[in-house]
Structures are given as C-alpha cells and as structure tokens.
Design a protein around this ligand. Structure first.
Ligand code: 5GP
Length: 206
C-alpha cells in the first residue's frame, strides 16, 4: 500500500489467524471472544449454501446464498478457498482478506481442516489454531445440548468431527492445539498465543 493510502490505524503487522475445530467444541464462542479481545481483529464472513439456522445472522455469521450463485462466484475466482462440508458449500471471500491484511489487521478465518490446509499453502505465514474437546464423549453431549438439530444430523456431525480431529493431527497445517475444557481459560490462551505470535513477528522485523 502506498503512503498516500495509509490510514492512521494501519500497521505493518497483519496476520491471518485460522481457527478450526469440530462442531460443538465452542469454536465460534472462542473465535468471537478473540475478535472482541484484540482491537484490530476482523472476522472473515464466509459464503455458504447451508440453510440458515435461528442462531445465524446474515452478513454477520455468513453470507447465505444459493448453490448456483456460489458456483458462479467460485468460477469468477472470488474465493481464496472453498470446501464442501456435510454436503454444503463454504467459501472464504478473497477481497476482504487481502484488504485487511494490507491494512495490517488481524484477519480471522473460522474454517474447516480442508480450508486450513488450502489457506496455509497460499499464506504460509498464517497462524492456525485447532480447538479440541476434552473428550469425544463431551463433544457428543455438547452437540446434543445445543438442541439445534435432529439426532441423525448430530450423529453425522459427530462422525465428521472424529475424522476432522484425526486429520487435523495428521496434516501438519496447525501451529497449535487448544483443549477447550474451560471456556474462559481457552479464550485467554488463544488471545495470548495470537498476541505472542504477532509480537514475535514485529520483533523479528526490527
Ligand atoms: P457450520 O455449518 O457449523 O457453521 O460450519 C461447518 C464447518 O464449516 C465448520 O467447521 C466451519 O468452521 C467451516 N467453515 C465455515 N466457513 C468456511 C469457509 O469459508 N471455508 C471452509 N473451508 N470452511 C468453512
């Protein structure tokens, strides 16, 4: 970015933060808390074709769209990465990510393991964090407690979650794993890791 286009709030310390974890692990709560705790953090709003639930706000949690529209955007190169998760399409819009990184902000992507691997290939400097449940039994219980979906959907999400955890450990895309056994502690740890990583990068550039 040229100096003429700089804002007073711009920094040279942009960072891409990837947060992943299985459904029901508390990932969205942790992600939103990290966003609130770090002043220049921006959440990347993905596009998806999955049906909107009562917990979702359009334009805040996702941009909800049709399969045809999603595919047209994908073909036009509008996404950094796309993935199919539980039969629905998800994609990270490219323009906001590049704009916020150019301004030196912390850009947060809450995406699945396929997405994390893909983004890490394109942005090797990204910091990728995977949230783990204390145990598989706790995870199944949390999915049920949300009372958001019928049992068969819960079972499907649970099987996907088990595979996702195994793949996250295997694939080498993640810089850190964080067990969410206590929400406040997990949030504090996530914020601490991100701040430490950015401080180390700032120091390395001096
Ligand atoms: P949910 O339907 O529960 O909101 O999301 C299902 C999964 O898709 C979660 O693991 C979520 O992090 C992931 N996800 C959400 N947006 C994107 C995206 O743009 N790209 C990818 N690869 N995964 C996403």
């Amino acid at each position: 970015m040229t100096d003429a286009h700089r804002l007073p709030t711009d920094t040279d310390n942009g960072m891409l933060l990837i947060i992943s974890g299985p459904s029901g692990v508390g990932k969205t709560t942790i992600t939103r808390a990290v966003e609130r705790s770090i002043p220049d953090a921006v959440f990347s709003v993905s596009c998806t074709t999955r049906p909107r639930t009562s917990a979702d706000a359009e334009g805040v949690d996702y941009h909800f769209t049709t399969v045809d529209d999603f595919k047209a955007r994908e073909a036009a190169g509008e996404f950094i990465e796309t993935a199919v998760y539980a039969g629905n399409h998800y994609g990270t819009p490219r323009a906001p990510v590049d704009a916020q990184l150019a301004r030196g902000r912390l850009m947060i992507l809450e995406i699945d393991v396929q997405g994390a691997k893909n983004v890490k290939r394109q942005y090797p400097e990204a910091f990728a964090l995977f949230i783990l449940p204390p145990s598989e039994a706790t995870l199944l219980q949390r999915l049920r407690d949300r009372k958001r979906e019928p049992e068969e959907v819960i079972q499907r999400r649970f099987r996907i979650a088990q595979e996702e955890i195994a793949e996250a450990r295997r694939c080498g895309a993640y810089d850190a794993f964080l067990v969410n056994d206590d929400l406040e502690r997990a949030i504090a740890e996530a914020v601490g890791m991100v701040n430490a990583r950015r401080a180390a990068r700032r120091a390395a550039r001096r």
